[in-house]
Ligand binder design. Structure first.
Ligand code: FES
Ligand SMILES: [Fe+2]
Length: 460
C-alpha cells in the first residue's frame, strides 16, 4: 500500500513514494523532488527563521536563507520584529547578507543608496523624480513583508501570501514546548555546518534513539557490547527501548525517556550510584556540552555520601538539587510536574526541521534545511541553550560557521558520531541497490509521520 491517492494532480515516479513501512529513496536523491519540496513545502510551511536572541536590540538584523529565498529579520523595537523579503525594490540587491546592525535605524541599499526605516517605509530615493514619471509613491518602494509569528523565543516565518494559521500548526506541541520554558532559554553556543546529505537524512538521524547502541556505544554499553563484541548469545537489555514515541497532527512528534533515564538515576553500571550517575551524565557534558551542563553534574556529585530520604530516589534528589541551584541564581525553570520531567532526555520535533531536546532549564536544539536546491547537501545547526540567572548578561546569539563535522577541534564526540553516518547514508541511498528503506513501526514512527505530512504539502 502506498500514499498515492486519486487526488494527486500528476502521477509520481515510484521512486518518490511513501510506503506503509518505509519510503522510496528518490525522496532523498532526486533533484526534481528537491525542487518540488522547495515550491510546495518550504514556500508554504511555518519554519523557524531565527531565535529572538539573534536580534536583541532595535536596529539589529539577521538573514535567513532557504532555497533561493532570503528573509531579512529586523528588530524594530522591544516588542516588534519584522521580516522582509531581502531584496531592494529598485534593482533587487539583497539588503543584508548576514547578521548585523542598521545604524541609526536606517536600512540603506549598498548599490544606489535608497533608504528605509526599520518599519520598512522608504525614506530616500536618489533623484526620485526620475522614477515612474515623477509619480513614485512610497508604497511602490516599501519593503515587502513576510508573515511572521513569535513563539517560544523563535521567529517563525511563512513565505505564503495567505499562510495557514500558526496557532493551529503549533497546537499539537504547544503544551510540551511551553512546559519546558523554551521561550526563556538563551544561547550558550550555536554552530552551523554543511553536511553532504539530504536535509531529511540529517533530520531523521535525530528522530529516534534506536541508533544509540551502534552509533554511540559509550552511552549504551551492554547493547553495544552485544553488537560489536564476541558474545552473540543475544541476552542484553536495550535501554533505549524504554523511550516512548508519539506522533501528532501537522507532522510533529516526540520521544521521551519517562522515569527510566540516566537523568532519573537509572544507570546500569555497578558501584556507587552517585559516581555512576555522575559519570554517565558527564558523558553528555564531555560528549556534546549541551542539554546536560557541567554545573548539572556538579549537582549530582554534591549528593555523594548524603543519605537519600526513604520517600525519594537518587533521581528525585538530583532534581531537587537542580531546582535549588537554579533558585539561587533566579533562573527560570520548568514547573517540576511529572509530564515536564518525563521529557528530560527526550525530544520535541516541530515539523519539518526543528528539534528541541529539553533538560532542566537547558535545551539542545537542532535545525536542518536544504542547502540551496542540492538534494545532496544540507545546512545543519546545533544550539546549546539554557535559562540565565537575573544577574547573568544574555549575549547576542551569533552563529559559528564550522567547516568540518568530523574535526575534533570543531565538534565534540557525540555529534561527530552522529555526523559520521550522515554522508554514508546519502551515499547508500543513491545506489541503485537501495530503492527503499525500512522504518521500524515504533522506534521510527516520527520519520514516517514526517514523510506523510510532507506528502500533504507536496500533493496540495
Ligand atoms: S539596487 Fe538598491 S538602490 Fe539600487
Ligand atoms: Fe545520536
Amino acid at each position: 500500500m502506498n500514499m498515492q491517492t486519486d487526488k494527486q494532480p500528476h502521477a509520481w515516479p515510484d521512486s518518490w513514494l511513501t510506503l506503509e513501512h518505509g519510503v522510496r529513496t528518490g525522496r532523498y536523491t532526486d533533484p526534481r523532488f528537491a525542487a518540488l519540496e522547495h515550491e510546495k513545502l518550504w514556500l508554504n510551511v511555518w519554519q523557524s527563521a531565527a531565535r529572538l536572541d539573534e536580534i536583541p536590540q532595535p536596529g539589529d538584523h539577521t538573514v535567513y536563507d532557504i532555497g533561493n529565498q532570503s528573509a531579512l529579520l529586523v528588530r524594530v523595537d522591544a516588542d516588534t520584529v519584522k521580516a522582509y523579503h531581502n531584496a531592494c525594490p529598485h534593482r533587487g540587491t539583497a539588503l543584508a547578507e548576514c547578521s548585523g546592525h542598521f545604524d541609526r535605524g536606517r536600512i540603506i541599499c549598498p548599490f544606489h543608496g535608497w533608504r528605509w526605516n526599520l518599519e520598512g517605509e522608504n525614506e530616500f530615493v536618489l533623484e526620485r523624480e526620475n522614477f515612474r514619471g515623477g509619480k513614485l509613491q512610497n508604497s511602490d518602494v516599501a519593503l515587502r513583508e513576510i508573515h511572521l509569528e513569535i513563539y517560544a523565543g523563535f521567529i517563525f516565518i511563512n513565505f505564503a501570501k495567505n499562510p495557514p494559521s500558526f496557532a493551529e500548526f503549533i497546537a499539537p506541541v504547544r503544551k510540551l514546548i511551553d512546559g519546558q520554558v523554551i521561550a526563556d532559554v538563551h544561547h550558550i553556543w550555536w554552530k552551523s555546518v554543511k553536511a553532504p546529505a539530504n536535509w531529511k537524512v540529517a533530520v531523521e538521524a535525530f528522530l529516534e534513539g534506536y541508533h544509540v547502541p551502534a552509533t554511540h556505544p559509550q552511552l549504551e554499553v551492554p547493547a553495544a557490547d552485544f553488537i560489536y563484541g564476541d558474545d552473540v548469545s543475544g541476552d542484553f537489555a536495550f535501554a533505549h527501548d524504554n523511550h516512548g514515541y508519539e506522533v501528532f497532527p501537522h507532522g510533529h512528534g516526540r520521544f521521551f525517556g519517562g522515569q527510566s533515564t540516566p537523568m532519573a538515576g537509572k544507570v546500569q553500571t555497578q558501584g556507587d550510584p552517585v559516581d555512576a550517575m555522575a559519570a554517565r551524565l558527564n558523558l553528555l557534558v564531555e560528549g556534546m556540552d549541551a542539554m546536560i551542563l557541567k554545573e548539572d553534574v556538579d549537582v549530582v556529585r554534591s549528593l555523594k555520601g548524603k543519605p537519600i530520604p526513604e520517600d525519594s530516589t537518587l533521581g528525585g534528589e538530583y532534581v531537587k538539587g537542580l531546582y535549588s541551584a537554579a533558585a539561587k541564581l533566579q533562573r527560570p525553570m520548568p514547573r517540576p510536574e511529572r509530564e515536564v520531567l518525563d521529557m528530560w532526555g527526550g525530544e520535541i520535533f516541530v515539523f519539518p526541521n526543528l528539534l528541541i531536546l529539553p533538560q532542566a532549564g537547558n535545551a539542545m536544539m537542532y535545525r536542518v534545511r536544504p542547502d540551496g536546491f542540492d538534494p545532496n547537501s544540507c545546512i545543519f545547526e546545533i544550539y546549546s541553550t539554557k535559562t540565565y540567572g537575573v544577574d547573568q548578561p544574555i549575549p547576542r546569539a551569533v552563529v559559528q560557521v564550522m567547516t568540518d563535522a568530523s574535526d575534533p577541534e570543531q565538534f565534540l564526540p557525540i555529534p561527530r558520531q552522529d555526523f559520521s553516518n550522515i554522508p554514508r547514508m546519502q551515499k547508500g541511498l543513491a545506489t541503485i541497490g537501495c530503492k527503499q528503506i525500512w522504518l521500524a513501526s515504533y522506534y521510527e514512527m516520527m520519520i514516517l509521520n514526517l514523510h506523510q505530512e510532507m506528502d500533504r504539502y507536496l500533493q496540495a
